[in-house]
Design a protein around this ligand. Structure first.
Ligand code: ADP
Ligand code: MG
Length: 491
């Protein structure tokens, strides 16, 4: 799916939530009686605190760009880590041969084989398999986890049809390994785990090179393969999308978490201790770490205070799928306690953290029936409450407020990167197109989120948006990793 922007319409949003407190109090009193949806004091204040009018978004974009520069200058210089990925060359389309991708980063891992046929034949054949990781391996030992992966990889290779896939003589099978946990990369094919996230806690990994863990396990299984590229999913997305379109400069993930990677000029990276300052390299921004000038509400503060990484990743906590539902739940809980949202009692499920998920918000916002039937049934199913029409309307307003803020802030981040690229390259200025490759279920499945993100781009970029395309490139990160194995092949 592609979203090209033509003549942008600037739609200022300033002032949409300006109420004088005396007047709004009066409205609240009468509105409760007249069943209007939008006048509950908690909701009104929340909407006001979440507002991101254009000048505010501009500040956010500028602050993200400042932290990008600070992170490029020195290690730890800003909120954004701006990690060097050691990926200097992106796929050109000339790649040939048999390569593999291995993707570990969540509850499943995936293996993929790709037979590449160069500029003319492109992807000749590809095969993939998804394997769910047993829960106990996520909290087991290094040997168990990597042993499991190596054994599944071995049986995947054993099933390979020789007619479809052909390894050139004298070569090992080379792998692009997508490992979507924070890694301190030390070269294109090595890096040490900084910390486990997303429910993983595998022992024996502290300070270990991720690639040598996999190599040891493959050796133990008599599997003669080697890792030629270690990447994260943002880099994989950027590389996979670049294969079919050379104007791709940015890869963004908006799923459970969020991240963005982009093509930077080496001369603009002071911390890069390298002899050559010409050419480009991919920077992994880890933009989720941005934590300044954000419209934090009391609900964000409380959610953050209860998180394992308190005070950190505030941007990720406002824009990514893991958190949107939880923010809504916290607002609804307070509306329940202060203004009888669902009657006299507070539902137990509403007091349970993370019970309401982003998927549920999306489902409720899809509802176009007059009496908001779907909203009613989601609330009944998930929170076990009977909500009247007035309550349903308020719930939808809360969802919309959170999703609007999230989408708009994500848009501001994309603008920061686009403008950083422009500063170095003047691409847009010279009429060149720039493509942003997007992946992740939040972006893919939440149309309102997409729309709000687009609004932010329109407001901040105005006429320059003519040169930008946002493309949803689903699941190209595996192809990207295999291509990077080819680009970084030792043969
Ligand atoms: P990951 O980021 O773990 O690789 P995905 O890209 O599949 O995974 O994103 C999963 C996240 O996307 C979920 O945590 C959820 O927040 C969000 N999501 C999934 N389905 C939907 C949906 N139908 N509507 C809105 N958001 C969704
Ligand atoms: Mg993903």
């Amino acid at each position: 799916m592609s979203l090209m922007f033509s003549s942008p319409v600037v739609t200022p949003t300033i002032g949409s939530f300006t109420f004088s407190s005396r007047r709004s109090n009066y409205i609240v009193m009468s509105a409760v009686r007249s069943n209007s949806a939008s006048t509950c004091p908690v909701l009104t204040k929340f909407q006001k605190d979440c507002a991101t009018p254009t000048p505010y978004l501009r500040n956010v974009a500028n602050a993200i760009a400042d932290d990008m520069r600070a992170g490029l200058a020195v290690e730890g210089g800003g909120d954004l880590d701006m990690i060097l990925t050691y990926v200097d060359a992106l796929p050109s389309g000339n790649e040939e041969g048999l390569f593999y991708a291995l993707d570990l980063g969540g509850t499943n891992f995936r293996v993929r084989s790709v037979q590449l046929g160069g500029k003319k034949k492109r992807v000749i054949a590809t095969e993939s398999e998804q394997i769910s990781i047993p829960q106990k391996l996520m909290i087991g030992t290094r040997e168990e986890l990597f042993g499991f992966i190596a054994s599944k990889l071995a049986s995947f290779v054993a099933k390979e049809k020789p007619g479809r896939f052909r390894l050139e003589e004298g070569r090992k099978r080379e792998i692009g390994f997508t490992f979507s946990f924070p890694v301190k990369q030390t070269s294109i094919d090595s890096g040490t785990l900084i910390k486990w996230t997303k429910g993983f806690k595998v022992s024996g990994m502290e300070g270990k090179d991720v690639v040598s863990c996999l190599n040891e396990a493959m050796e133990a299984h008599g599997l003669d393969m080697r890792v030629s590229a270690l990447v994260n999913d943002g880099v994989g997305t950027l590389a996979g999308a670049r294969y079919s379109e050379e104007d791709v400069m940015i890869g963004v993930i908006l799923g459970t978490g969020t991240n963005a990677c982009y093509v930077e000029q080496k001369h603009a990276i002071p911390k890069l201790q390298s002899n050559s300052s010409s050419g480009t390299t991919i920077i992994n921004t880890e933009w989720g770490g941005f934590s300044k000038v954000l419209p934090q509400t009391i609900f964000d503060q409380e959610m953050d205070a209860n998180s394992p990484n308190r005070g950190e990743h505030l941007y990720e906590k406002m824009i990514s799928g893991m958190y949107l539902g939880e923010i809504v739940r916290r607002v609804l809980l307070q509306m329940c306690e202060t203004s009888d949202l669902f009657g006299q009692f507070v539902p137990v499920k509403l007091s349970t953290p993370f019970e309401l998920r982003t998927e549920h918000l999306c489902k409720m916002q899809e509802d176009t029936t007059d009496d908001l039937q779907t909203v009613g049934s989601v609330l009944y199913k998930i929170l076990e409450v009977e909500a009247n029409l007035n309550a349903r309307r308020r719930v939808v307003e809360v969802c919309d407020t959170v999703v609007k803020r999230g989408g708009r802030l994500a848009g501001a981040g994309i603008v920061a990167i686009l403008e950083k690229i422009e500063e170095e390259t003047e691409r847009m200025g010279s009429g060149k197109r720039t493509v942003v490759a997007m992946d992740g279920a939040l972006y893919e499945k939440y149309p309102q989120y997409q729309q709000y993100m687009q609004d932010a781009l329109v407001e901040l970029l105005g006429d320059k948006l003519r040169h930008i395309a946002i493309k949803h490139t689903k699941d190209v990160s595996g192809l990207g990793a295999a291509l990077l194995a080819a680009t970084n092949s030792i043969y």
